[in-house]
Design a protein around this ligand. Structure first.
Ligand SMILES: CC(C)(COP(=O)(O)OP(=O)(O)OC[C@H]1O[C@@H](n2cnc3c(N)ncnc32)[C@H](O)[C@@H]1OP(=O)(O)O)[C@@H](O)C(=O)NCCC(=O)NCCS
Length: 183
């Protein structure tokens, strides 16, 4: 997915609306600035398994936003949408993505050897998976109020204030969800 900030929240939500069904998409923002886009796509109605994506604003990488956004999405998927499993393919050299996911409980379930081409040769691709019981729910303190998840950020040094909105397109119904990283 090409992510070229600045992108307005409205335009991003418009984009989400046109992306089809069986998916959850979240926009994380702070004072109108896009921090991250996260979601789960192709959620299978029988297996209740969805593919994860996490994209942090390139200017804001390395500040813990990806980890928190992935955590928030995972809690939302498991506790509100009753998704059973979240998975992702991650290139073996995407250290940040693998660390981010493992830190909150995602597991490497398999390694597809020499699947991706790089300048210097072929690298592996990882299959990461997370069931609700795998998720380290004590990674961040959070609470759920209706359809909103509040994440109380007491771990990161650089506290972040932001809100998260969810557009659930699965049933063709847009639903706003509010959540926040509170200092
Ligand atoms: C992968 C991505 C989401 C990580 O988001 P982020 O906000 O930069 O990550 P965080 O700051 O939460 O850091 C996550 C972990 O990776 C580590 N990390 C961050 N940047 C790193 C880097 N460049 N190299 C190695 N490790 C790195 C952090 O130290 C942290 O590990 P720790 O908890 O053990 O200290 C972000 O880099 C991104 O948007 N990448 C492009 C899209 C992508 O690859 N998405 C994943 C596949 S869907």
């Amino acid at each position: 997915m090409h992510f070229k900030p600045p992108i307005s929240l409205e335009r991003t939500l418009e984009w989400f609306h046109n992306r089809g069904t069986n998916r959850l998409d979240f926009v994380t923002e702070e004072d109108g600035e896009l921090l991250a886009m996260v979601g789960a796509t192709n959620i299978d109605p029988i297996i209740k398994k969805g593919e994860s994506y996490t994209i942090v604003n390139p200017d804001l990488k390395g500040r813990g936003i990806g980890t928190k956004a992935l955590f928030l999405k995972s809690v939302y998927c498991f506790e509100i949408e009753r998704v059973n499993k979240i998975w992702a393919y991650v290139d073996g050299d995407n250290t940040a993505s693998i660390r981010m996911a493992e830190r909150i409980g995602y597991r490497v379930e398999g390694i597809l050897r020499q699947e991706v081409a790089r300048e210097n040769g072929l690298i592996d691709r990882y299959y990461l998976g997370c069931l609700e019981n795998d998720l380290k729910k004590d990674s961040f303190k959070y609470g759920i109020e209706g359809q909103a998840i509040l994440l109380y950020d007491y771990i990161a040094e650089n506290s972040i204030r932001c809100c998260l909105r969810s557009e659930v397109t699965a049933r063709g119904v847009g639903r706003a969800c509010r959540a926040g990283f509170l200092t």
